[in-house]
Design a protein around this ligand. Structure first.
Ligand code: ATP
Length: 259
């Protein structure tokens, strides 16, 4: 009797972000050295690594701001290098170094970016985000005069305007007090779950990463050294906490002969 060989269909949803064999050099510095990873819908991935590991370079390549030497990026199946605006239509980001125009008010900023992203029912969306990010009382204030924490909340509100399928957050809670940071982590988690959005989150706060990320990628000198669940990874590598693991990886980077 011939046995039927049944191939089970792969029912997992296609990844929102696929990064393949990315490489970026600045003269003699190799900032990104063959990085590959994918993020499925709804997953929050932490990009960790010591200063200079290549995190911001990777984020900037995914945003289309920098061109890689080699490698490719697909966002929602679209090749970023070939069809930049189509690939970035459902992407958004927040980073402390990318301040919003300071001479516009909070509300004007959200309106301008909402128009750029062609957000439907924009007025309602803005009201919702002003409430969620506790910005109602600042709606008429010029964003340049806000405190750094308030500016960060505005930048996050702007990042969610178009309900992005891919959200890039470069140290999103860096200047935020612990109570607001906790609320923001909850908001981002809820957003990713409700919208099936993929999130790439860079942070130096290991407690935060453990709280918010489903998976982490440890970068060192432009390469992914370790990858896994932030709650399990430390024990798998003989470290008590994620912070201890981070320190171990960073020291091995400085003293590779002892690794
Ligand atoms: P941090 O945690 O300090 O923000 P990072 O992981 O984001 O660091 P990158 O900013 O991506 O690191 O930098 C990676 C490497 O590339 C570093 O060695 C950095 O000095 C170098 N680099 C980044 N941008 C440039 C540039 N424009 N010209 C030359 N070298 C650069």
């Amino acid at each position: 009797m011939v046995q039927a060989h049944l191939e089970l269909p792969d029912l997992s949803p296609p990844p929102v972000l696929v990064v393949s064999d990315l490489r970026k050099t600045y003269r003699e510095t190799v900032a990104v050295d063959g990085v590959s990873f994918a993020i499925p819908p709804g997953e929050i991935v932490g990009l960790l690594g010591p200063n200079g590991a290549g995190k911001t370079t990777i984020v900037n390549i995914i945003l289309g701001v920098l061109e890689p030497n080699t490698g490719s990026i697909r966002i929602d199946g679209i090749d970023l290098l070939r069809r930049r605006s189509a690939a970035l239509a459902f992407t958004n980001f927040s980073a402390v170094y990318a301040a919003l125009p300071g001479n516009l008010t909070v509300e004007q900023n959200l309106r301008v970016f909402g128009l750029i992203y062609e957000v439907p029912a924009l007025a309602e969306r803005i009201e919702d985000l002003l409430v969620r990010f506790d910005l109602v009382r600042f709606r008429g204030a010029k964003s340049g005069v806000l405190s750094s924490g308030e500016q960060t909340r505005l930048s996050l509100a702007k990042a969610l305007l178009n309900r992005p399928k891919l959200l890039l957050l470069d140290e999103p809670t860096a200047s935020i007090d612990p109570s607001a940071a906790r609320e923001i982590r909850d908001l981002i988690r809820a957003f990713a779950e409700e919208n099936a959005s993929a999130v790439l989150w860079t942070s130096h706060n290991m407690y935060e990463v453990e709280e918010v990320c489903h998976r982490v990628l440890f970068l060192s000198r432009g390469r992914v050294l370790l990858e896994g669940d932030p709650k399990l990874l430390p024990h798998e590598h003989g470290a008590a906490t994620l912070e201890d693991l981070f320190v171990k990886v960073a020291r091995e980077r400085l003293h590779p002969e002892h690794s």
